[in-house]
Design a protein around this ligand. Sequence first.
Ligand SMILES: Cc1cc2nc3c(=O)[nH]c(=O)nc-3n(C[C@H](O)[C@H](O)[C@H](O)COP(=O)(O)OP(=O)(O)OC[C@H]3O[C@@H](n4cnc5c(N)ncnc54)[C@H](O)[C@@H]3O)c2cc1C
Length: 535
Amino acid sequence: MQQQITLSLLPQHTANDGVLKKFIADHLGKKINEIKGYTLVKTSVDARSKNIRINVTLIVFVNEPFQPQKKSSFEFKYVSQAREKVIIIGAGPAGLFAALKLIQYGIQPIILERGKDVQARRRDLAQLNKHGIINPESNYCFGEGGAGTYSDGKLYTRSSKRGSIENILNLFIHFGADENIAYEAHPHIGTNKLPGIITAMRETIIEHGGKILFEKKVTGFTILKNTVTSVETTDGDSFTANACILATGHSARDIFYLLQNKNILLEAKPFALGIRIEHPQSLINAIQYGNFHHDNYPGYAVLNPASYSLVQQVNNKGVFSFCMCPGGIIAPAATNENEVVVNGWSPSKRNNPFANSGIVVQVDLPDALRELKKNGYLKTDAVKDPLSFLHFQQLIEQKAFDAGGGKFVAPAGRMIDFCEEKVSSTLPKCSYNPGIHAAGFDHILPAFINDRLKTALKLFSKKMKGFYTNEAVVVGVESRTSSPVRIPRHPIGLHHPQINNFYPCGEGAGYAGGIVSAAMDGERIADQLAKVLVG
Ligand SMILES: Cc1cc2nc3c(=O)[nH]c(=O)nc-3n(C[C@H](O)[C@H](O)[C@H](O)COP(=O)(O)OP(=O)(O)OC[C@H]3O[C@@H](n4cnc5c(N)ncnc54)[C@H](O)[C@@H]3O)c2cc1C
């Protein structure tokens, strides 16, 4: 007999197979030798009370031979001779998962990626972190695997209706991710493991006759009779195919300008902007786990470094934590000289001494326009300009660069000093490698963001006692939270309303916010293309 049960256990009771079996047997009123095995379905930490519990849902094999769950298998066809071909611009999660799905349908993907492969890209990240030198084509946002390659690799999303999360997680496992991502409530992969997984995806695409071309930056489209007839790259090459998927991410500003110059319909899309905050991880563990955070507590070793998720309404706008990275590092995520952008990543063990998270405020069009006007950037037609949010985002990033003093040094301040509008006289140790510089934020962030952040940071400490502290450092600016532009699509056909074979996809087009949702959107476009091209 197989039975699904949920147990609420102390952390130390989940670490040992024999102990866990004993709890299962007791729960079911069976003898331990009647429990032949179990499969984990879901695990989650419940840290709401003093006694932290781990909720474990399992399928138990009682008096029946144990059968381990079958691994999902995927059938990739050989597509080098396929009649149908699709150009995919961008090798981020949206582009890669679209390519893998197209191959499953027997369609050849041709991926054009402006950046380098994961290995070569690593050297450019080192230059940026150590010497403050950026390669505008190869950085934390651009290159194989897209913006998610050197990230925490958090794999949770609220967009469960947009596709199969399970399918995405199973593909990650197929390409080398740990099987625990299938049952953990908040799965993540980690920066050290993601490049290997991305490499395995590339090898499968190439082995099955798909193409991936690096350092191929798309700079032009030829459009005749509402159809893309060719895609052009900076080196003078041009490519033709039945259709084109545009999956260039939220930082490809040149693509937004290119489309605008071609009078291709775009829409301004609200997004969120703020700062990244970093606490000692030990402090976050102490706040979230209480007594459990002590090394001598038996369950401590089982608990992962603690995370948090915070949200607060302040003056009719949401202020919320974004992309929290336990045991993480703050990363320089700019794509151009003269702009400072921060984000975060963690290794799979999340074992760095700091916990960082974006804390951001929703930005609406009147806010962006007011700020552009104040800074002399407002064109008369800005209300209708679909790139108004993009201009606003860039303006704040440039102010942050100036305040940091160059070489991607980021403006920073201790948390209480930030809230009291003081420039910190000293700064704590911070994981951000290009360095931080004490600065006031009133010249960087507009008041509608700055004031709400100050209020929210204080209020957060009602939910997490000890959060509001000068041990924490505020680092600016967290500005690439999602795309500031939407590229519209036909509600059913999913192509651009003006161009029949052109498919905006993923985060940059405004249809995803994170690795899993971008991957699901890539699959969704591939499903649609299969209907159109192979019936
Ligand atoms: C440091 C960092 C940490 C993050 N952490 C997480 C996390 O833990 N979990 C999570 O869910 N999300 C995270 N994100 C966000 C996540 O990476 C994105 O949501 C996701 O990658 C979006 O996927 P995408 O395929 O739509 O676009 P992208 O990943 O942005 O990929 C777009 C690709 O297009 C290429 N490109 C752009 N312009 C051109 C052009 N003109 N020609 C050819 N190629 C072009 C780019 O080089 C890039 O490779 C993080 C992002 C960053 C920067």
